[in-house]
Ligand binder design. Structure first.
Ligand code: PRP
Length: 213
């Protein structure tokens, strides 16, 4: 019997896609886990313990080693900049990080950018040589240009529906986003066989799906 791996799973929209991928890879997460309100779920039958975390906190749990591995979006990884290994691009929850504005936006005196990703946004505009004031918001970022809090936003675009319905346009794509498998540096050494087995099983499914596509 190998060692139990503690897995930080993101609650919310990524969870379903990640769970489907695990199951395709032969890791049989019991279906009642999908609906539970429990936060720590021992799953000895699959050699795991799930920690159901807020997505933005997944890299923190993994960096501190209270989770051995985790599933997290590239957006969160870029913003949080935690000291973890990125093992695998899972290719799920595909979207992009973009600069967004009202269609009549022109560079002007007001250079305020609202975002849930202040580090990503600050770095991007610094590299562009643009001086902007970054305002941190926690959701519904598209509101900011609509009601005049900021003239641009940096946010995730998936289908583009939110932009369309709010009359906003994508000015520039900053980077593409997918979910990643990450690991704690010490765990990766101490539980290498177990973690590598999960990584390999997931990688096989991803390759298989790419061949099919
Ligand atoms: C995200 C993102 C956009 C939207 C993009 O918001 O911030 O608002 O999804 O998706 P779309 O291109 O398919 O419309 P989320 O639903 O996570 O909620 P939030 O506004 O609270 O961040």
């Amino acid at each position: 019997m190998g060692q139990i791996i503690k897995v930080a799973m993101p609650k919310g929209r990524i969870y379903k896609k990640a769970a489907a991928l695990f199951r395709e890879a032969g890791i049989d997460i019991p279906h009642d886990v999908d609906e539970t309100r429990k936060l720590v779920i021992p799953l000895p039958e699959i050699g795991m313990e799930f920690i159901l975390a807020k997505p933005v906190d997944v890299p923190t749990y993994v960096e501190y080693g209270v989770a051995d591995i985790g599933i997290v979006g590239k957006d969160v990884l870029m913003e949080e900049n935690r000291d973890v290994y990125e093992l695998l691009d899972l290719g799920i929850a595909r979207c992009r990080m973009s600069v967004i504005a009202l269609p009549d936006w022109k560079p002007g005196i007001q250079q305020r950018v609202a975002t849930k990703y202040p580090n990503v946004a600050s770095q991007f505009f610094r590299e562009q040589g643009q001086q902007v004031e970054v305002i941190k918001l926690n959701g519904s970022i598209e509101l900011a240009p609509l009601i005049g809090l900021a003239d641009r936003i940096v946010d995730m675009v998936e289908t583009g529906q939110t932009l369309k319905e709010n009359g906003l346009v994508e000015l520039e794509r900053i980077f593409d986003i997918t979910s990643r498998l990450i690991a704690n540096r010490v765990s990766y050494r101490m539980k290498n066989a177990e973690i590598q087995a999960v990584c390999d099983a997931l990688a096989q499914v991803i390759v298989r799906d790419q061949v099919k596509a």
